[in-house]
Design a protein around this ligand. Structure first.
Ligand code: 72C
Length: 372
C-alpha cells in the first residue's frame, strides 16, 4: 500500500475538497503550489513561504540539473534539506522548460538535446534521465517527461506530439522507483482537441499513476478555450486521484478550474508579479509603482495578515519600488502568495459548506469592483 493518497472530503458540483497524504506531510486541497524553480521561492525564506499557508512547493529538473547539478543536490541530502523545506515538493520534468528556455535544442523520439541557457553547455534529457534526476532530488511528486507543444498548432502535429508524450510517459513510469508516500503523475496532452485529450487520458490510466496532471494549456490559448478543454477532459479522469493543472493561473483561473474539478495548481504569476510591483488583492490587481500611491497611508489590503499589509502603507511600498529596494519585491511577493493561499482557503471552505456558487459570485464581484 503506497502511503501516498488523495482523500476526498466534500464535493460541490464538480469541485472537490480533500487532503493529499504524502511522505512529507498532509496538504489540504484545492492547493496552490508556489514555484521554487531553482530551489528557492524567489525573494522568500522558507519560513515566510510557510507563513503564507503554502503546503507544497515546486522545483524543477531543468534548472537544478544545470545548476547546481542533480548529483550535487543528492550528495547534499536532497532538495528538502538543500532548501530546508520539510513539506512535500513537486518537481516538473524539464521538458517544458527546455522548449521555452533551452538555447538550442534538438527533439527526437528518444529525448531532447539542448544547450544550457546559462553557459551554453550541452545536455540531454530523456524520460529515464528526467525521472532519475527527480529521484536524486528526492521529489515527493515526480512528473512524467513530456513534450508541451506550442499552440496554435495543426491537429496532426498535436496528435503526434501527444503520442510521443504517451510513449515517454510509459518510459517515465518504467524508470520510476516507487517509494512509500511518493508519487508520479502522468501528464495529459492533446492541445484543445477533445478526442486527442480522451486518447491521452486512456493511455495514461492504462499505465496507471498516483495522480494526473493536465499539461499543454496556459500556453496562450486563452481562458475560454482552457475552460472548454477542461470541460471535455476532467470528467474522463479518475475521480479518486488528484488532478493538477500545470502553470495556472490568475485567481479567476483558479476559481473556474476548481469548479471544473481541479485540485492542484502552480503558477509563477504571484511571485513574478511581486517582483514587478503588481499586487493581487480581493479587489483586483494594483501597480504599486503608480504615482497615485505616493501619499496613500492605507494598507495595501485591509484584513490581509501579511507583513506588507499589517506593518506598512501603500506609500511605503510605492517608495520601495521607486527606490528599487530589495524589500519591495520581498514584501509584495509575500503579500501575493498570502493572497493566493487565502483565495484557495476561501474556496475550500465554500466547498465544505456547499456554497461555492455564491462564493464565486462574491469573489468575481470583488475583482471587478477595483480599488475601494
Ligand atoms: C505557464 N503555463 C504553463 N506552464 C506549464 C508547464 C510548466 C510549469 C513549470 O514552468 C513554470 O511555469 C512557467 C513553473 O516553474 C517551474 C518550477 C519551472 O515549473 C513550472 C508544463 N510542464 C510540463 N511538464 N508539461 C506541460 O504540458 C506544461 C504546461 C504548462 N503551461
Amino acid at each position: 500500500m503506497n502511503g501516498f493518497r488523495w482523500q476526498p472530503e466534500a464535493t460541490d458540483g464538480a469541485a472537490r475538497a480533500g487532503h493529499l497524504h504524502t511522505a512529507h506531510g498532509v496538504v489540504a486541497t484545492p492547493t496552490f503550489m508556489p514555484v521554487g524553480t531553482a530551489g528557492t521561492v524567489k525573494a522568500m525564506t522558507m519560513d515566510s513561504v510557510r507563513s503564507t499557508g503554502a503546503g507544497i512547493v515546486l522545483g524543477n529538473t531543468y534548472h537544478l540539473m544545470l545548476r547546481p547539478g542533480a548529483e550535487r543536490v543528492q550528495a547534499l541530502g536532497g532538495l528538502h534539506r538543500f532548501m530546508d523545506w520539510p513539506g512535500p515538493i513537486l518537481t516538473d520534468s524539464g521538458g517544458f522548460q527546455v522548449m521555452s528556455l533551452g538555447a538550442l535544442r534538438k527533439l527526437d523520439s528518444d529525448g531532447v538535446t539542448f544547450q544550457s541557457h546559462i553557459d551554453g553547455s550541452r545536455h540531454r534529457l530523456t524520460p529515464e534521465r528526467s525521472t532519475e534526476i527527480q529521484h536524486m532530488l528526492d521529489a515527493t511528486i515526480t512528473m512524467c517527461f513530456d513534450e508541451c507543444p506550442a499552440l496554435p498548432a495543426e491537429t496532426d502535429a498535436i496528435a503526434a506530439s501527444m503520442r510521443l508524450s504517451m510513449r515517454w510517459a510509459a518510459r517515465s513510469r518504467e524508470a520510476f522507483v516507487a517509494r512509500d508516500g511518493y508519487a508520479q503523475y502522468g501528464i495529459v496532452q492533446g492541445g484543445t482537441e477533445p478526442q486527442l485529450r480522451a486518447e491521452s487520458v486512456r493511455a495514461l490510466t492504462d499505465i496507471g499513476f498516483e495522480g494526473y496532471a493536465i499539461g499543454g494549456l496556459a500556453v496562450g490559448e486563452g481562458q475560454a478555450l482552457m475552460f472548454q478543454t477542461l470541460d471535455g477532459t476532467v470528467p474522463l479522469m479518475p475521480a479518486d486521484k488528484p488532478r493538477y493543472l500545470m502553470g495556472v493561473g490568475t485567481p479567476d483561473d483558479l476559481l473556474g478550474s476548481v469548479m471544473r474539478g481541479i485540485d492542484m495548481f502552480d503558477c509563477v504569476m504571484p511571485t513574478r508579479s511581486g517582483r514587478t510591483a503588481r499586487a493581487y488583492t480581493g479587489f483586483g490587481t494594483l501597480n504599486l509603482r503608480n504615482a497615485r500611491h505616493a501619499l496613500d497611508p492605507r494598507p495595501l489590503e485591509a484584513g490581509c495578515p501579511c507583513p506588507a499589509c499589517t506593518r506598512h502603507s501603500r506609500a511605503y511600498l510605492h517608495h520601495l519600488f521607486r527606490a528599487d529596494e530589495i524589500l519591495g519585491p520581498m514584501l509584495l511577493t509575500w503579500h501575493n502568495l498570502t493572497y493566493y493561499q487565502r483565495v484557495m482557503q476561501g474556496i475550500r471552505t465554500a466547498i465544505l459548506e456547499t456554497r461555492l456558487g455564491a462564493h464565486a459570485i462574491e469573489l468575481r464581484a470583488g475583482w471587478a469592483a477595483g480599488d475601494p
